[in-house]
Write a protein that binds this ligand. Structure first.
Ligand code: CA
Ligand code: CA
Length: 296
């Protein structure tokens, strides 16, 4: 099986990135990923600040990109998450003075958590790990986008529903799609409120396939996620207002493309569509709109 090593990494998603590997429509591929620190933190939770200053590490690197034959602008690239395996520990920093913790001071601190038995121990509690992918996306239309930034191409969406068993459709803007991913989390609540997930590295096995003309025929304008019996439009914006509007517009147009009339589509959304925050700490806010798949 094709495996892309973690040494094949990028810190921008871009149509001009040379492919790290190529595959056919329908192939299964393994991505070996670095953590968001690019290996700068040890299993004792010690961060190499000196190396950081010297530019030794990338910020939030993604492995790839993978060129999928047959994927053309206007199509969608469907990515099924078949497996996520990670090392047995993760590391988190603190988010004092940032975002929702703007009113709280505290020393920056990094801590590592071992979860080899499948549980994270914190404050005397045991929490089962729930692996997810923080960064996943394709090359954007236009300018390169840093892998720390989420947008309509995907990227650093930090959506905790991107787990084993989920499928995501990405709007393709560049030939081959140029799929890349990284930033695995062993645990992360909606919002990623204290700046970090439980950051880890590992291997992700995915099956990739091309959905022709999906941008027009299925109205795939934003990453569109299928998980747990729900379809979710995931959108990012500079503000909460923008992100919410973009996610709802994508869901509304998805319904119209599936034959709903414009009045009932809106009414259905008011009846059954749920909004949730994916993350509030990245250069753009990410939210998702969710509807039961069997309603569409
Ligand atoms: Ca992230
Ligand atoms: Ca992260």
């Amino acid at each position: 099986m094709l495996k892309i090593p973690c040494t094949q990494k990028i810190d921008h998603m871009s149509a001009s990135n040379p492919p790290a590997a190529r595959c056919k429509d329908g192939d299964t591929v393994i991505f070996e990923t670095m953590d968001c620190y690019d290996g700068a933190v040890t299993c004792e939770g010690i961060r190499d600040w000196e190396g950081n200053k010297q530019g030794k590490y990338m910020a939030n690197p993604a492995t790839g990109p993978l060129f999928v034959e047959g994927a053309m602008p206007g199509d969608a690239l469907a990515v099924e998450i078949l497996d996520i395996q990670t090392r047995g520990w993760g590391a988190m920093g603190t988010g004092f003075g940032e975002n929702a913790f703007i009113n709280y001071d505290g020393e920056y601190e990094m801590r590592a958590f071992n979860y080899e038995d499948g549980f994270v121990k914190i404050g005397g509690k045991q929490i089962p790990v729930d692996h997810m992918i923080g960064v996943i996306g394709v090359a954007p239309a236009g300018e390169p986008v840093p892998t720390v930034t989420p947008d309509s191409h995907g990227g650093n969406m930090d959506c905790n529903r991107i787990v084993v068993g989920s499928k995501i459709l990405f709007p393709v803007a560049a030939e081959g799609g140029l799929l890349a991913m990284g930033d695995l989390h062993a645990l992360m609540g909606d919002g990623e409120v204290f700046e970090y997930g439980l950051e880890t590295s590992g291997e992700v096995t995915v099956r990739v396939s091309v959905v022709k003309n999906a941008m027009k025929e299925l109205a795939i304008k934003q990453p569109t996620l299928y998980q747990g019996g729900r379809v979710m439009t995931v959108a990012s914006g500079k503000t909460y207002d923008d992100a919410v509007r973009l996610a709802l517009e994508a869901m509304y147009e998805y319904l119209l493309a599936h034959g709903w009339d414009k009045v009932e589509a809106g009414m259905l959304m008011s009846m059954k569509c749920d909004l949730a925050i994916c993350q509030i700490v990245d250069p753009q806010i990410t939210v998702r709109a969710m509807l039961d798949e069997n309603l569409i």
